[in-house]
Design a protein around this ligand. Structure first.
Ligand code: GLC
Length: 533
């Protein structure tokens, strides 16, 4: 029998992502900061999450809002100081929670001293820390590789007469991970923060870190649709997900494992059969290669249940599953599946087997906020203005209360608040039993209390139409989860006596406490969690 003590916090717990610019401002400059986060830790404790992952807080020219780092071992003055950071870590740990940092090893800012040196001359010792190449004979770029943010992935450097590669902005040159000095430098960065007591890293674009040594061109994508980012015109077969990445990840894991109970998470957008390779040989890769399928798949019961089975079946022995429902790069869940389905989505995230990661504000049902064209800040939106790709709408300030600027700042918020924040905010929802926030809190508490929910086995249940159902169980307890992914009522048919029990949690609290003995009629957009007899 599985013993609970065999499981670590990052397996049994829940991760909450904070986008620091938007969580809480403490000094009135309209941008969130570390003291702001500290002042809201009681809320996170009350909510019941285990770990907090914060997007980058390091010095940065902010070309990509902190994902362009100019110093890996300091804090951007906008966010505070290293002292504030030490205080944050202490305060998090005091509440028995964990702190996960964002590590961005694929690229630096073009203002990082490493790159300034590297671009200063061809013989500079740091030249080979980045990916420099001669032009082709006709002067064109070394490969056809595209930048995720639009345009070519290569930038010509007039002074030294070579191109450098950047998977993202030209202000974010890619590091050359084939160079052992680069590897050591980044492992030192990891140790710097691990020594400070951070509980792990979310590694940015892990699958981008190594590129084809022979610099082969990427093939074109026959399924490209004009509304997509121009990057999608090619299949990044040679610029991402190269076999050599797994050796690098295992080295990062080794650095992490030299410390007790730390976690290594990888940001990886790949199909299941490629994704699971990032667990590494003998599970010596990433602990949690992020599984984004709840974001990338259509909100369809059949597609989701086949994915869950495929993923469960593909996981390597000992590989721990995980699920993500939103992040700072994707439209918010409430906007994607609609207000009515948002609780069902939360229930799915928090009842599946595996570590859930939730995105700040989703617990109160924050929606994507439309940003007027002259206020767009995200480079992805600015570079491809005709394609509606800005990530700003999902990055707006946290809605705390109904006061000015939703209690986020006393100044001018860096992104606007929605018109309805006076209704959709933490304060308004806290005491309301029927609110999204109360729902999230109750399910987080139940998940925490019940081993069947946080570490139990997963067993699919065959259903019809728009229903998604499964069982979570330990030897002593069994839960049946039934979710209606459509707006229409439907019936979940119980064809065996096995499914007798009591509803312990539901998207509509009125349903709780009811016993279930026959077929269950579900309302549209309803989810129920039944403790089986
Ligand atoms: C990751 C981050 C994203 C960033 C990009 C480049 O995808 O999540 O926000 O723009 O990497 O660092």
């Amino acid at each position: 029998m599985k013993q609970e003590q065999q499981y670590l916090w990052w397996q049994s717990g829940t991760i909450y992502q904070i986008y620091p610019r938007s969580f809480q401002d403490s000094n009135g400059d309209g941008i969130g900061d570390l003291q702001g986060i500290i002042s809201r830790l009681d809320y996170l404790e009350w909510l019941g999450v285990t770990a907090v992952w914060i997007s980058p807080i390091y010095p940065s020219p902010m070309a990509d809002f902190g994902y362009d780092i100019s110093d890996y071992c300091d804090i951007h003055p906008l966010f505070g100081t290293l002292d504030d950071f030490d205080q944050l870590i202490q305060e998090v740990h005091k509440r028995d929670m964990k702190l996960i940092l964002d590590l961005v090893p694929n690229h630096t800012s073009d203002q990082h001293p490493w790159f300034l040196e590297s671009r200063s001359s061809k013989n500079n010792p740091k030249r080979d820390w980045y990916i420099w190449h001669d032009a082709k004979e006709d002067g064109s770029e070394p490969t056809n590789w595209l930048s995720v943010f639009g345009g070519s992935g290569w930038e010509w450097d007039e002074k030294t007469q070579q191109y450098y590669y950047h998977a993202f902005l030209k202000e974010q040159p890619d590091l050359n991970w084939r160079n052992p000095e680069v590897q050591q430098a980044m492992f030192d960065v990891m140790r710097f923060w691990l020594d400070k007591g951070v509980d792990g890293f979310r590694v940015d674009v892990m699958w981008h870190m190594i590129k084809d040594e022979k610099l082969r061109d990427n093939p074109s994508n026959p399924d490209y649709k004009p509304h997509q980012a121009t990057y999608e015109q090619l299949i990044p077969a040679y610029s991402t997900d190269q076999p050599e990445i797994h050796d690098i990840v295992s080295k990062m894991r080794k650095v992490t494992d030299a410390y007790k109970a730390r976690v290594l998470i990888g940001e990886i957008y790949l199909p299941v059969h490629r994704l699971i390779i990032y667990y590494g040989t003998n599970n010596k890769g990433a602990h949690l290669p992020f599984n984004f399928s709840l974001i990338t798949l259509d909100w369809d019961a059949h597609k989701l249940s086949s994915h869950i089975s495929e993923y469960e079946g593909a996981l390597p022995e000992g590989g721990w599953p995980n699920w993500v429902i939103g992040n700072h790069d994707q439209p918010r869940i409430t906007s994607r599946v609609g207000q009515a389905q948002a609780k069902v989505a939360g229930m799915l995230l928090l009842t599946l087997r595996g570590t859930p990661t939730l995105y700040y504000g989703d617990e109160i049902g924050m929606r994507d906020v439309p940003i007027p064209p002259d206020k767009v800040q995200d480079p992805q939106g600015l570079n491809m203005p005709d394609k509606d790709l800005s990530r700003d709408p999902a990055r707006t300030p946290m809605q705390w209360d109904s006061s000015n600027n939703a209690g986020f700042t006393t100044g001018e918020p860096w992104l606007p608040l929605p018109y309805n924040f006076q209704r959709i905010n933490v304060e308004a929802q806290r005491e309301d039993t029927y609110s999204m926030l109360s729902f999230y809190r109750r399910i987080l508490q139940l998940r925490k209390q019940e081993p069947a929910l946080h570490i139990g086995d997963y067993e699919p249940v065959v259903t019809n139409g728009s229903l998604l159902a499964f069982i979570r169980k330990t030897e002593s307890k069994k839960y049946l989860v039934v979710l209606n992914l459509s707006h229409k009522p439907c019936i979940f048919r119980l064809n065996t006596q096995e499914y007798k029990g009591t509803i312990v949690l539901a998207t509509s609290p009125e349903r709780e406490g009811k016993t279930i003995e026959a077929n269950i009629s579900l309302y549209g957009d309803e989810g129920i969690l039944i403790e089986l007899d």
